[in-house]
Ligand binder design. Structure first.
Ligand code: SAH
Ligand code: SF4
Ligand code: F3S
Length: 481
């Protein structure tokens, strides 16, 4: 969609137009934040390579530097500025250095960034990632460009430069329509925009042809997939849902594993759980943030569920898939959280048996309701609670990891173990990092049966038994028929 870009042309900038046909220029991208940003960076790298740029491992040797930024918590935002400050100084000696700030800080701060860091050439929000070439062409004409207005996200036209040749991210829905009172995401990522099922499938077919084996479907609230697409079924539900999408893409040749994230407890359905149990390629792994174990805090967060509902979801998943991996996010020290309310979060973690939990102390964010409330907690209380929660999480996760000991797990081999080159590493269906002896040249991209001989909190070690030729699904569905 052609939407005008805010363009700020200054005299000084027009003095140093860049001849893009000269010697190859090098680029470096530093990515902060979530999988969404990682996926955007891979697409932007693809666009830059299509434009003739070459990757520079060392940012200090690059002619173009792009920071793809995160603002979920204050410390994430500050990290960006410390990196950027260093390159802004380098630009004083190398005026043809192109500096780009993309992602969520760019969207949040917009034009104000130009006052803070006048060396920036381009400020672009996440919705503009696929437009990088057009925006850069404006920069190379001598403009300082700010692209933060909300747009309809265009389909990719350029092939992404992906970090892995085995696993790939595929966006299915951009943005978020929720209004969790602590969260910047809806403000910086905009309203939900689902990609068409045909476009998602086409991208996966291409990935399958290129030899990719695993795809993770991405959305901030992936259960919202399809709500914004036209069409309803005779029963009155949206025609396109995540569940329908899973059935639609499941048979893409070459792709052997499918994952998805992030799930919202408010919209999680039994239909989705059944699909996951039924479809052999869909991994038994659910990332469902609960944020708090206390109902009043959940209400203040505007999450739209109770801890009882959360527990019921996990029970239902385990009825269909007893061994499913469950991971989550949690926030401690939300405004007004009492010691008793914090204990409810500890209880939930003690009860569920999570495989992984991302924990964070609440951080007040610009333009979010909770940041304005007066009942903020002190940093001491927040960090004390965070420490206590982390301690419990680590103990529980290590306990849960023990169930793998002595078992045979299917591992998709991704890389060499950087510490021990005679070992390879990959992930189980439940997403545990697993190391075992083997030759990466023979095993990369292969599914291998591995006998687990050591289980730590975050990784496993084993010995290979067999390279799997076909798929094996460990779930017996006949129990539910
Ligand atoms: N869409 C996902 C989460 C996206 S943000 C969901 O709905 O759960 C990733 C995680 O960052 C959140 O799950 C939350 O735990 C954390 N987070 C978001 N805003 C935060 C804030 N202001 N302070 C601390 N943690 C925050
Ligand atoms: Fe943020 Fe809530 Fe949207 Fe998740 S669902 S991205 S926490 S507003
Ligand atoms: Fe951060 Fe933006 Fe993701 S704020 S967590 S990079 S959506």
């Amino acid at each position: 969609m052609a939407t005008p870009t805010t363009m700020l042309t200054t005299e000084t900038k027009t003095d140093r137009k860049i001849d893009t046909k000269a010697a190859p220029r090098h680029y470096h991208i530093t990515t902060f934040g979530c999988q969404m940003n990682k996926a955007d960076s891979e697409r932007m790298a693809g666009i830059l390579e299509h434009m003739g740029f070459q990757w520079a491992e060392n940012p200090d040797e690059a002619d173009l530097i792009l920071y793809n930024t995160c603002t979920i918590r204050d410390n994430a935002e500050q990290r960006v500025y410390s990196h950027l400050g260093k390159q802004a100084i380098r630009k004083q000696e190398k005026p043809d250095l192109t500096l780009i700030m993309a992602g969520c800080v760019a969207q949040q701060e917009g034009e104000a960034l130009l006052r803070r860091v006048p060396e920036l050439d381009l400020i672009m929000g996440p919705q503009h990632a696929n437009r990088l070439e057009d925006l850069l062409n404006e920069v190379f004409q001598g403009s300082q460009v700010v692209a933060t207005e909300s747009v309809e996200i265009m389909e990719d036209i350029t092939k992404a430069r992906r970090d892995s040749s085995v696993t790939a991210w595929v966006n299915v829905i951009y943005g978020c329509n929720e209004r969790c009172t602590y969260c910047v995401v809806p403000g910086v990522r905009g309203v939900e925009q689902s990609r068409l099922p045909e476009a998602i499938r086409a991208e996966m077919v291409e990935l399958g042809k290129q030899g990719y084996k695993e795809v993770t479907l991405l959305g901030q609230n992936i259960d919202a997939y399809g709500r914004d697409l036209p069409g309803t079924t005779p029963e009155g539900r949206h025609q396109h849902t995540l569940t329908d999408l899973l059935y639609y893409i499941h048979d893409v040749p070459g792709i052997e594993r499918i994952r998805f994230a992030t799930s919202h407890p408010r919209y999680f359905t039994e239909r989705l759980i059944k699909a996951c149990a039924e479809l052999p390629k869909v991994c038994e792994l659910f990332h469902i943030p609960f944020q708090s174990g206390d109902n009043d805090i959940l209400k203040a967060m505007a999450r739209g569920y109770t801890h009882q509902k959360y527990r019921r979801i996990i029970e239902m998943i385990r009825t269909y898939m007893p061994d499913a991996s469950i991971s989550a996010d949690a926030i401690v020290g939300f405004p007004g959280e009492t010691e008793e309310q914090f204990d409810r979060t500890m209880e939930l973690v003690a009860d569920i048996g999570f495989d992984h939990v991302n924990t964070a102390a609440y951080s007040p964010r610009p333009n979010t309701p909770a940041a304005l409330w007066e009942n903020q907690l002190s940093e001491e209380v927040k960090s004390d609670r965070l420490q206590r929660l982390n301690h419990l999480v680590n103990t529980k996760v290590a306990e849960r990891s023990q169930r793998y000991l002595g078992r045979i797990e299917e591992v998709l081999v991704e890389e060499k173990n950087p510490k021990y080159p005679h070992q390879v590493m990959g992930r189980t269906r439940g997403n545990r990092l697993t190391f075992f002896p083997g030759d990466i040249d023979q095993l990369k991209g292969k599914l291998v049966q591995v006998k687990i001989t050591a289980a730590r909190a975050f990784s496993l070690t084993g010995g290979s038994l067999d390279v799997v030729s076909g798929l094996r699904k460990a779930i017996d569905l006949s129990r539910f028929e």
